[in-house]
Write a protein that binds this ligand. Structure first.
Ligand code: BG6
Length: 447
């Protein structure tokens, strides 16, 4: 393992991701004594130090209940603003000067795709890339070809071992916990296959809309924004043969491309009126699709996937439906993995109904991880900490991303009809489409 990084450079410090996730993560790392390094914020806006600190303060206040003032002061004192154009050599000259006494800076590229090549080129030409590590954020291109072009650009500047591709779902404790649950419980391991599992449903539902990112979202849509990455990543963790990273990739390799015939696109009412959305936009804010996995374990078992904005609940949840048992009126067991808010696990078991008849009634066994395990670190906190250490195992690889684009390719910019849906519902009403028995209730409604 590489030595720990000795500086953090945050490109896009003025942006949305920095405010919502990255600055709070840097603050938490500082608070926990995991970050006592200089932090440079780079952006085009001409901010001075005070403006930077004010913005950092605002981001922290919004993210935590009580600000630890000593931690905040420590972080603020180590931060420096570097303003300049991403295509301007002077920006990189100033950065080089600022990083003069560092050996292993970590560059976080929280920047729009349009300036990605400029920044990678600037870091390369200034020589900074040679000794640095880089964290890159999605979108990794907008299809397979552009993702490959991007990979070539990155490889031309940074050593692949020092390139960290974030899929923040891989940094969530509950998502990483899928492997522990599957392989750490003798109870689950033998039933985890087509012999006992009828179907798997994965939902990534959000009650809110584009949250001021409509301009970006309109060029992306639900498939590119979350299905191609987060949802497929969860499917791979559910499907893999062993907890080894190579098996996660293998599971992705065995996933068949999605088909337009088993995919539904929707758009919530009023989306086209939002600032930043193109007139007559056909961007999908909802997608549902059925994934097939060609392994012996999963042959014939549909993985139903759905994701969308302005839905009835905010919930990231897997529901595994087991095959029915022959006893009395037993209903199929359901195993729920709640991966987002209120993360935890639930299992519907049939118990005998009181009375003379041999009838059963399903009852839930439920564990709330927050209540049982206490505070867990946020995904970004864990991932930045990993990258500072040079640890790759919780990051996506170039191959992972390539496979994910291959899988979604047939439904990208396809000629999928876009069905309207009302906000606060579960998406368009599409009689006769996936899944056969309907979607299981998730979130609060599923408990
Ligand atoms: C991001 C998407 O990658 O993931 C957002 O760009 C989405 O649109 C978010 O809201 C969901 O992440 P989480 O951690 O809130 O479930």
């Amino acid at each position: 393992m590489d030595e720990r990084a000795d500086a953090v450079v945050l490109f896009g410090v003025t942006g949305d991701l920095a405010a919502k996730k990255l600055i709070p993560a840097l603050y938490e790392l500082t608070r926990r004594g995991r970050l006592d390094l200089p932090v440079f914020g780079v952006a085009r806006s001409a901010w001075d130090h005070e403006h930077l600190v004010r913005t950092v303060r605002k981001a922290v206040v919004e993210a935590v209940d009580v600000v630890d003032e000593a931690a905040f002061d420590a972080l603020a004192a180590r931060m420096t603003m570097i303003s300049g154009g991403y295509d301007d050599a002077r920006t990189y000259a100033r950065l080089s000067e600022a990083l003069e006494h560092t050996a292993r800076p970590l560059f976080y590229l929280a920047i729009p795709p349009a300036v990605f090549t400029d920044v990678v080129g600037g870091l390369k030409d200034s020589g900074l890339a040679r000794r640095g590590r880089v964290i890159v954020e999605k979108p990794f291109g907008h299809d397979l070809a552009s993702a490959q072009a991007l990979a070539v650009t990155l490889r031309g500047a940074f050593d692949p071992e020092r390139t960290f591709r974030i899929d923040h779902y891989l940094g969530k404790e509950a998502v990483e916990g899928i492997a522990a649950l599957r392989f750490g419980n003798r109870l689950l391991e033998p039933i985890w296959s087509r012999e006992h599992i009828d179907n798997v449903q994965i939902t990534l539902a959000e009650q809110f809309g584009t949250q001021g990112r409509a301009g970006f979202y309109d060029r992306s849509g639900a498939v590119r924004d979350v299905l191609q990455n987060h949802v497929l990543q969860v499917a791979a963790l559910l499907a893999m043969e062993s907890p080894a990273k190579a098996d996660e990739l293998h599971a992705l390799r065995r996933m068949r491309p999605l088909t337009p015939g088993s995919t539904v696109f929707g758009q919530y009412a009023g989306y086209r009126d939002e600032p930043g959305v193109a007139a007559g936009s056909t961007t999908e804010t909802f997608v549902a699709s059925t994934l097939r996995i060609d392994t012996r374990r999963w042959a014939g078992v549909p993985f139903h996937l759905r994701a969308g904005k302005h839905l009835a609940e905010t919930a990231t949840e897997v529901v595994v439906t087991l095959r029915p048992s022959a006893y009395a009126n037993a209903t199929p067991n359901l195993l729920r993995l709640r991966l987002g808010r209120n993360d935890g696990i639930g299992l519907m078991l049939n118990v005998k109904e009181p009375g003379r008849a041999s009838r059963t009634r399903p009852l839930p066994l439920d564990v709330d991880f927050g209540a049982a395990l206490g505070r867990r670190q946020e995904a970004y906190e864990r991932l930045i900490d990993d990258a500072l250490d040079g640890r790759q195992d919780r990051f996506a690889s170039e191959e992972t991303i390539r496979e994910e684009w291959r899988i979604v390719a047939p439904v990208l910019d396809g000629h999928q009809p876009i069905l309207p849906y009302e906000r606060g519902t579960w998406g368009p009403e599409t009689p006769g489409t996936l899944p056969a028995g309907g979607w299981h209730a998730v979130g609060a409604a599923g408990r």
